[in-house]
Ligand binder design. Structure first.
Ligand code: F6P
Length: 479
């Protein structure tokens, strides 16, 4: 990482997200270091920005960090400073205490606080101003995710010459739930500042257009919204994906496969390894999944001598109350399952509360016979696609929640309803007992799908569509 002078940066492509792709963290000895940011957004966008030579605006993590723009391995990064109050109101509050649970089917109860909303507006404004400062004339600005839904409109007011895209990485809820937000109209109007509003699934785009018609009163036709000023806004689905070739290559790496063997040995050479990898989030269904596995052991359908469940839980939003509680609940459940069902040297669950480097993740994907992804609701879930990309021998089973966006594409997974514990048990068992021929048939089809619709395809189609939106634009960033 080296710092650069971006005083006069005028970029043709600006990506703006709540977070930068790297996170400033404090080490146990008090020194500061950089770590890759958690979550699917960063994994997806990083290769796009590298390919397009743009600028990325976002929060580097930490409180009151005043950092100069810098370059990280070819990426131009512009850090935004967040105060303790910004973090509390904008990030932990409105983004993750209000919008996150609301947009995920109210899996947890959203809280509505006026001061959180004030903080959300304030931070969105600052991000919009920064974009306005660094975007070249008629540049393309691509705004990311639910933390920045007001940026498109605020930015359009400052810079009507820009071409503005917005992409929501998480689900967009049905009108019946969205309706609860006291500031629903402002959120919709914020998004309407964009020329193109992208979602993971077509249903989400339809929810949005319907809400705009009902709540804001604009004329709509199919996926188009007609604004009184003559502009049109296009709303459509662009299912996000991964760098398939990158993962496939990493999976072929000699050292990764060596590490996969070592992991299996270290786990006591079980017949089968089940794997879960999630941010430690209540939408991910980790608790119910481990319970289902525990019951299979208790019912003697499975035996700890034969199978182990490796659960990687990446620390996330640790100051938000619901996340703390979830951590305690999972700690207790893992302790109980291992205490009740494990034997010496044979725990039922190998639980890691940590974030792992990509090569180690690839080794885990190579080692795992059954990947278990069972969120209650998930925009896409890239872990499911990463697993598929690493299974170049067309083996391994994927057990996948039907409520993850990925289920629309990965039809050959064992699809489950995460609320149905017996259904999950049956699917885990079927995947466990599946014949190699069956596994190959399913995995081959899923690999074809992920290879054809990789992250490059996602970004290209979004940017092409954005460039095609009519308007007073005379310049565009084409992939
Ligand atoms: O993909 C959804 C998302 O909320 C991203 O916007 C975010 O960067 C990621 O998950 C991780 O969450 P956080 O930034 O709150 O750690």
């Amino acid at each position: 990482i080296r710092s650069v002078t971006v005083g006069d940066v005028q970029a043709d492509l600006v990506i703006v997200a709540n977070r930068l792709p790297v996170d400033r963290v404090e080490m146990p000895d008090g020194t500061k270091a950089w770590r890759r940011s958690p979550g699917g957004l960063v994994s997806a966008l990083e290769p796009v920005l590298r390919a397009n030579d743009g600028v990325w605006i976002g929060w580097p993590g930490g409180t009151d960090e005043e950092l100069e723009p810098f370059e990280d391995d070819g990426l131009h990064l512009l850090p935004m400073t967040m105060s303790a109050q910004d973090i509390e109101e904008h990030y932990e509050g409105f983004s993750n205490g209000t919008l996150w649970p609301l947009y995920h089917d109210v899996v947890a109860k959203p809280e509505f606080h006026r001061e959180w909303w004030d903080g959300y507006q304030r931070v969105n404004k600052r991000f919009a101003e920064k974009c306005a400062e660094v975007a070249a004339k008629s540049a393309t600005v691509w705004v990311q995710d639910y933390q920045l839904q007001l940026v498109p409109q605020m930015l359009r007011e400052l810079r009507p010459d820009l071409r503005i895209g917005f992409y929501l990485h998480i689900p967009f809820p049905p009108a019946e739930l969205f309706q609860q937000v006291p500031w629903r109209r402002q959120l919709l109007e914020g998004l309407l500042g964009a020329d193109l509003v992208g979602f993971q699934l077509p249903q989400a785009a339809q929810n949005f257009v319907r809400l705009v018609r009902q709540r804001v009163g604009h004329k709509t036709h199919r996926d188009l919204v007609y604004l009184p000023d003559g502009r049109t806004v296009h709303a459509a689905a662009f299912p996000i994906s991964i760098d398939f070739i990158g993962f496939d290559e990493m999976a072929h790496d000699e050292s990764v496969n060596q590490r996969a063997k070592e992991i299996r040995q270290q786990l006591g050479d079980p017949k089968k390894i089940m794997l879960g990898v999630d941010r430690l989030d209540y939408t991910k269904g980790i608790y119910a999944r481990l319970r289902a596995f525990g019951e299979l052991l208790r019912d003697t359908k499975l035996d700890v001598e034969d199978v182990i469940f490796v659960q990687v839980a990446v620390p996330s939003r640790e100051r938000v109350e619901q996340y703390r509680k979830l951590r305690d609940d999972i700690d207790r459940l893992v302790g109980r399952l291992n205490g009740d069902l494990g034997r010496i040297g044979r725990p039922a669950i190998s639980y890691l509360h940590t974030s792992l480097p990509r090569a180690e993740m690839a080794a885990l994907y190579r080692a795992a016979d059954i990947m278990v992804v069972t969120p209650y609701r998930d925009g896409m879930n890239l872990v499911a696609k990463e697993y598929v990309a690493c299974r170049y021998e067309d083996d391994g089973a994927l057990v996948l929640s039907e409520f993850a966006g990925a289920a629309e594409e990965l039809r050959q997974a064992w699809l489950v309803n995460p609320y149905d514990i017996n259904g999950m048990k049956a699917a885990l068992l079927e995947a466990y007992e599946a014949e190699p021929k069956e596994l190959t048939r399913r995995m081959r089809a899923m690999r074809k799908q992920v290879a054809a619709r990789d992250v490059r395809h996602w970004a290209d189609t979004f940017l092409e569509e954005l460039a095609a939106v009519p308007g007073n634009h005379n310049k565009s960033v084409l992939p």
